[in-house]
Write a protein that binds this ligand. Structure first.
Ligand SMILES: C[S@@+](CC[C@H](N)C(=O)[O-])C[C@H]1O[C@@H](n2cnc3c(N)ncnc32)[C@H](O)[C@@H]1O
Length: 232
């Protein structure tokens, strides 16, 4: 799992860059969890010399650096059950210069809620204009169905988190072995590496961010991907 992210139409984020950032020419661009810089391949308007990728996966960064020499590739050696099991649990977020735009696609869908808040606070300090971060919304059934179907394919069975009542769920973690942990209690990562997906309740997410000094709004893309948007 801790490998380079595939490059195909399903990992092409160009439509979101266009929709949320508009013209990115000459802008400095921080791609948090950007893996090997697929975004530079799909959206060539991003100025490579003003591009920074921060990721927990060293191997992906090496591939990115090899392909896009002008970019700035920063390893954030933080433990992640899905992407960096050898990382440190108490690693601080790296010091980066301020960038005009910050983007994170499918990254806080693999962190704990506490990490997610630290990341968004850090992004606010690291960004001059706009932050756009995708997340998984517990109330969007197609997203839950997607992961349910993946688990069914992989294991032949899956905990039922499709028919659940999401009313009292603020956030939930889906772990390998099909554990579905609601509201964070009892989260304990198994040995080794595995799947780790986080779903958030929209209202709770906004409330938590506001409590931490971040005024955000949410937009759902026409392809049903929910985004947190912060105008800095
Ligand atoms: C599903 S991939 C998405 C890659 C890329 N953003 C894209 O849209 O194709 C998740 C990426 O987030 C990185 N990642 C996961 N947790 C992270 C964290 N806490 N800090 C930085 N990167 C993280 C992973 O190493 C991986 O490259």
């Amino acid at each position: 799992m801790a490998n380079s992210h595939p490059r195909n139409e399903s990992t092409n984020r160009s439509q979101f860059i266009k929709k949320y950032f508009g013209n990115v020419l000459h802008k400095s661009f921080l791609d948090f969890g950007g893996n090997r810089g697929n975004i530079l391949h799909f959206h060539p308007d991003i100025d490579k010399s003003k591009y920074t990728c921060v990721d927990v996966c060293q191997r992906s960064l090496e591939l990115g650096k090899k392909e896009f020499k002008l970019g700035n590739w920063i390893h954030y050696d933080r433990y992640n059950y899905a992407y960096n099991i050898k990382g440190k649990h108490d690693e601080s977020l790296p010091i980066v210069s301020k960038h005009d735009l910050t983007f994170a696609y499918s990254v806080i869908s693999h962190t704990t809620i506490e990490e997610m808040i630290d990341i968004l606070k850090w992004m606010k300090d690291a960004t001059k204009e706009k932050i756009v971060v995708s997340y998984l919304d517990i109330d969007l059934l197609p997203l839950r169905e997607y992961f349910y179907n993946q688990r069914m394919k992989k294991y032949g069975w899956c905990t039922n988190f499709i028919d659940i009542n999401t009313e009292n769920i603020n956030y939930a973690y889906l772990l390998d072995e099909d554990e579905f942990i609601v509201n964070g209690t009892d989260l304990k990562f198994p040995e080794g590496e595995g799947l780790f997906v986080t779903f958030y309740k929209r209202e709770y997410l906004l409330k938590k961010l506001e409590e931490n000094g971040i005024k955000a709004r949410i937009d759902i893309s026409p392809t049903h991907v929910p985004f947190i948007i912060v105008d800095v």
